[in-house]
Design a protein around this ligand. Sequence first.
Ligand code: ADP
Ligand SMILES: CCCC(=O)OP(=O)(O)O
Length: 371
Amino acid sequence: MQEPIRVLAINPGSTSTKIGVYDDEKAILEETLRHDAEELARYPDLFDQYPFRKQVILQTLEREGIHLTGLQAVVGRGGLLRPIPGGTYKVNDAMIRDLRSGRYGEHASNLGAVLARDIAETMNIPAFIVDPVVVDELEPIARISGVPEIERRSIFHALNQKAVARRVAEQMGKRYNEINLVVAHMGGGITVGAHRRGRVVDVNNGLHGEGPFSPERAGTLPVGDLVAISYSGKFFASEIMKMIVGKGGLMGYLGTTDARLVENRIREGDEQARLVYHAMAYQVAKEIGSYAAVLEGNVDGIILTGGLAYGELFTEEIRKRTQWIADVHVVPGENELQALVEGAIRVVRGEEEARIYPHGESGKERMSMDG
Ligand SMILES: Nc1ncnc2c1ncn2[C@@H]1O[C@H](COP(=O)(O)OP(=O)(O)O)[C@@H](O)[C@H]1O
Ligand SMILES: CCCC(=O)OP(=O)(O)O
């Protein structure tokens, strides 16, 4: 019998590092290492977290008796790169440069490719990323922001939204590219996408102040008030950015990114916690309604996924407000580790060729809201 292909998958999120070791498509280890906000606050810059995240990965593997020598590939979640089509990409120098410099913005997923290559290099095996957060299938109409100088961009939980959408389509006895879905991924960040026949034609940019607020992000803000606060002389630009990503949302109002703690507080009668948690669900429901309009009301299903979808209080609040649109499917957690591994295995088996991330410079592409 042929030896299985063993792959390590690394998925750094804003509140956790998830790792998986798979023999072919079978998981032999899956672990979510949660990082509380205080722990991460010790690292002022994203890449300052690098040694800490690498250490927890290696310690977990050692504790589980999994040796790096048995691996055939390492795959990481792809971060903020230039907009590229979906697929499996070999980690290359241009990719590492863009991720380390934060040229297209900063997010924990920027660590994925770098961690993958670092570990892969010691074993002389390949490193990949699959469907990074910059997968871009927006229609031209969705790119118009309302200000000519600002173009809307596609930054979302592409890997999980697509993997879960495929799974639910299959359960419905349909193919992903035959139906229309609204998918809400609700993790540290929240993104809601309109999937029209297998393409995400519109989605809120989960990192740059669009959409519902989330455990650690502000989402859409009243823009005039944001400008006023930005020029009030009371805050540095970096402090404003932290209010939008990192210390916004649940963190800003309640001092935690952990929805489980918020649910406990609600059970103990904390009225502020109840109001804020319900407001987050309310904003997700509003966003789902707007993407149902994008699909002209032809919605075959609504999917609620990500860590927050474990919270029944939360998903019921969204269901109550959106079930008139279509059936609501709750798929808690995410399928990201498996989707990463499947993408890597297709290439290792030679079923698919790895895509090459392009080298190249263009000052115009630099994000104005980096960091
Ligand atoms: N059982 C649960 N009930 C309610 N919320 C949960 C549960 N498990 C995880 N969460 C919440 O989900 C959020 C993290 O989601 P996740 O998709 O793991 O995030 P990320 O990958 O962005 O770090 C956190 O607010 C966490 O507290
Ligand atoms: C929108 C980019 C992806 C994202 O927000 O991921 P996390 O929820 O894991 O932070």
